[in-house]
Design a protein. Structure first.
Length: 166
């Protein structure tokens, strides 16, 4: 066993069940990054072509030195697809599907406990093994739209981002 594996606070797994409460979809500003697969799945689910979906529901942001598409937010910072329920739950983006198993929440037990204060699904339901958690982290898709030729053609190679963060 590597030292990384022996140092993980979640070696015995973590319990989580999505209660569809919307706490992670509402309230605070943020970004929901979209992969090329997310865009295709959501557009198909909404019966829209990719161009229409991108123009209506996304914004270009620059973060970590790359351009990404993020779902738009309403003026109160709720996700554009939140309306007392997630309107696209069955095809929600990878970022949403993998919550709360994000690297930043798994760096320490203290960080996990902080996110558990906002998420009532933590410590309920299924136990997710350390291996499954590591697969979720490793499976995070590419979000850089400059690596998606068809998407880059839709948003343009030199769009001015609506938000920049470094």
């Amino acid at each position: 066993m590597s030292s990384r594996e022996t140092d993980r606070f979640y070696n015995r797994g973590l319990q989580f069940e999505c209660l569809k409460c919307g706490n992670c979809c509402t309230g605070a500003p943020g970004f929901v990054y979209l992969s090329e697969e997310d865009i295709a799945s959501i557009a198909e689910f909404l019966e829209k072509d990719k161009r229409s979906f991108i123009r209506e529901y996304t914004r270009v942001i620059t973060i970590f030195g790359e351009r990404r598409l993020s779902l738009r937010e309403r003026s109160n910072y709720d996700c554009v697809f939140w309306s007392r329920v997630c309107l696209i739950y069955d095809v929600r983006p990878y970022q949403c599907r993998s919550f709360p198993f994000w690297k930043r929440h798994l760096i320490s037990k203290r960080e996990w406990e902080k996110v558990s204060n906002r998420c009532p699904g933590i410590d309920r339901g299924q136990v997710h093994s350390a291996g499954k958690i590591e697969q979720l982290i490793a499976g995070a898709p590419v979000y850089n739209i400059d690596r998606f030729p068809t998407i880059r053609d839709i948003v343009g190679a030199s769009d001015t981002p609506s938000h920049t963060k470094t």
